[in-house]
Design a binder for this molecule. Structure first.
Ligand code: CA
Length: 232
């Protein structure tokens, strides 16, 4: 079988932790690359085009947030999973706001990391199924085939997770979607995440697509319930 392996770049300065993660990912069938600094991570990401970046926040030189910022726009398809220290709750939100797809709190079970990576990959596979008809809403077009999103004919770059969230809305015009329903459809029922993660994504999507994110025209908040793609 000539299966192409999913390429993962592990960025962590502490060699023992990095090796531990790398060995476990290799055992799970991933093709693993390692970087010990942020600078090296940016360089390697551009040279080797990994599918997944496992990125520690605390790094010498440029930190994980800066790496995430530098790569996010240039590599919108890259799956970024941030590693945060226990007790640094603010880091989780910061990472997601900068465009990370998920985060893990150290120390973690490496099998859990594999599961998270597979969840994001499955989500991307699912949303990549050939669908010839683009989703359209007024001046917005979502091309499911190429995973591209356009507003007034101009492309707006979305991360894979942002794309999945927006796809849920554009497939359910006018219907109020509960936060749980949205969360489960994007992250899966077995994902023990925080619903706040969803709110962070909504905020980011609004910033990208709304004229005035504080007075959203597309994604309306349904207080105490969730969100609705307006049908005004
Ligand atoms: Ca570190």
């Amino acid at each position: 079988m000539n299966e192409v392996k999913v390429k993962v770049l592990v960025v962590e300065d502490e060699a023992s932790i990095r090796k531990f993660i790398a060995i476990n990912l290799e055992r799970s069938g991933f093709d693993v690359l390692e970087a010990e600094t942020g600078e090296k991570a940016v360089e390697m990401a551009e040279a080797y085009k990994p599918d997944v970046l496992v990125l520690d926040v605390m790094l010498p030189g440029i930190d994980g947030f800066e790496v995430c910022t530098r790569l996010r726009d240039r590599m919108p398809e890259l799956i970024i999973i941030m590693l945060t220290a226990r007790g640094q709750d603010i880091d989780k939100i910061t990472g997601l706001e900068l465009g990370a797809d998920d985060y893990m709190v150290k120390p973690f079970n490496p099998r859990e990391l594999t599961a998270r990576i597979n969840t994001v990959l499955r989500r991307m596979e699912r949303s990549k199924l050939p669908e010839d008809v683009p989703l359209e809403y007024k001046n917005l077009v979502m091309d499911l085939k190429s995973q591209k999103f356009f507003k007034d004919g101009r492309e707006i770059e979305l991360t894979p997770t942002e794309f999945s969230v927006l796809k849920m809305f554009m497939s359910n015009v006018g219907r109020a979607l509960s936060r749980n329903e949205l969360f489960n459809s994007v992250w899966g029922k077995n994902y023990f995440g925080d619903l706040k993660t969803l709110d962070v994504y909504i905020r980011r999507i609004r910033e990208k697509i709304e004229e005035d994110p504080s007075k959203p025209r597309y994604i309306e908040t349904v207080w105490g319930y969730g969100y609705r793609w307006c049908d005004k």
